[in-house]
Design a protein around this ligand. Structure first.
Ligand code: SAH
Length: 396
């Protein structure tokens, strides 16, 4: 048996680990045997010396991210087995062979007991994003595992970890191809066409987590004037147009994203000025737009809170943004409003939107609660993994 550095927990601190919570905080640690560096594999034991779990060593107060709860060698066979098992789960849920939807999240962090790793599949290519040194160090092996699990379907894997690694560890690393050289493609999502560029796009290239919420938006879109604010490459916009919206305006502060949004409208057959896309700041756009111009608005801002310290500021941001939109939306209108900040929970977000409704002086009914789809699963022992929260509001 290979021996890994040992993390010994304080008496009584093993309870969360026994319940498969994937994090160990430094405050729970009694002592460390060996000298693990950031990214090394470590094994955790209770105070009586019984094995608990295996994970990657992290710097700071979140000391270990766990990926195994039975003692074993962490080698190529282990990682290949894990990726194969996760692929099988996605297959059983209908994601891997769906001709109408050719993109899905294969690996979702803690939700798949793979803390620090995201892999998104776009047709025949995959994009890997490591958030920890431990996962980044083995990115080539993980990419090879994805190719093998896909039984030849995936022919290219692009590593897009640099931004996440810089933010999480401060280290500067390069992005690049781990397998093949396919950086862009066209995917189908519920038979809507989208152009993906993993190399130049944000995150892994597309926001797959809004797939089902886009479907719901389509149900409300017929005959409406739609504003897709923070529209990125036009995901919600294409669905709204297909569903018979009168007009769809897409707004985002990123000019490259807006260029792709316009292109996406076009490849789906929406090429008139009714389907215009604008590069603009959200707040400025909403402040200057005519009242009653839109009766279906989507607000899907980037994560306002990146950590607990910025949470209050973020809640103020959600309140202001939603109040501006609620004040301007036409009577009888519908607002889809989201937060993707992990540290803002559903209750906090709902409170911020409630405060916005008071500020705007509108009568507001909550008609749906929204979340993330089955390829972005939440580990039930790690509720923080439910990062995407949305409300659908009917505004009188
Ligand atoms: N709704 C999109 C995803 C939105 S991600 C989809 O379904 O694909 C958040 C987007 O907000 C990014 O595209 C980012 O460019 C944009 N953004 C960030 N700050 C902004 C601002 N101040 N005004 C407008 N857009 C902004």
């Amino acid at each position: 048996m290979v021996s890994y550095p040992k993390i010994i927990l304080k008496p009584g601190k093993e309870t969360p680990v026994l319940r498969f919570h994937p994090w160990v905080f430094s405050g729970a640690i009694d002592k460390t045997e060996g000298q693990p560096a950031e990214g090394d594999v470590v094994e955790c034991f209770n105070s009586k010396g019984a094995y608990l779990a295996t994970g990657h060593c992290m710097p700071g107060s979140l000391a270990v991210k766990l990926f195994a709860f039975t003692q074993q060698k962490i080698d190529k066979a282990f990682w290949f087995g894990k990726i194969k098992a996760i692929w099988a789960i996605r297959k059983s849920l209908g994601f891997t062979d769906n001709p109408a939807t050719t993109a899905f999240r294969l690996v979702h962090n803690e939700g798949d007991i793979m803390p620090g790793l995201i892999v998104d599949v776009y047709g025949n290519m995959a994009v890997l994003q490591a958030h920890t040194t431990g996962m980044h160090d083995i990115r080539q092996l993980l990419a090879d595992a994805v190719v093998e699990a896909s039984e030849g379907k995936i022919i290219s894997v692009y590593d897009k970890s640099s931004e996440a690694i810089r933010k999480m560890t401060g280290r500067i690393v390069d992005d690049g191809f781990l397998v093949g050289d396919m950086g862009g493609c066209e995917i189908l999502e519920n038979n809507n066409r989208f152009s993906i560029n993993a190399v130049t796009g944000q995150k892994t290239g597309f926001f797959l987590d809004q797939r089902e919420n886009r479907e719901l938006l389509a149900r409300f879109s017929e005959g409406r004037n739609v504003l897709n604010m923070f529209g990125y490459t036009g995901g919600f916009s294409v669905y709204a147009a297909k569903a018979g919206a009168n007009m769809v305006h897409t707004v985002d502060s990123s000019a490259p994203a807006i260029a792709i949004a316009q292109e996406n409208m076009k490849i789906n057959g929406f090429d008139s000025p009714n389907y215009s896309c604008f590069t603009a700041d959200a707040r400025k756009y909403i402040e200057t737009m005519e009242p009653n111009q839109y009766d279906l608005i989507v607000l899907d801002p980037p994560a306002y809170a990146k950590n607990v310290a910025s949470r209050n500021q973020a809640l103020k941001g959600y309140r202001t943004l939603n109040a501006l939109a609620l004040a301007k939306i036409k009577s009888g209108g519908i607002l889809f409003t989201f937060s993707c900040s992990q540290v803002v929970d559903r209750q906090m977000f709902t409170s911020a939107v409630t405060a916005a409704a008071i500020d705007a002086g509108r009568k507001v009914r909550v008609i749906q609660h929204l979340s993330q789809p089955a390829d972005h699963p939440v580990n039930i022992f790690h509720q923080e993994g439910e990062y995407l929260k949305g409300l659908v509001l009917f505004v009188e």
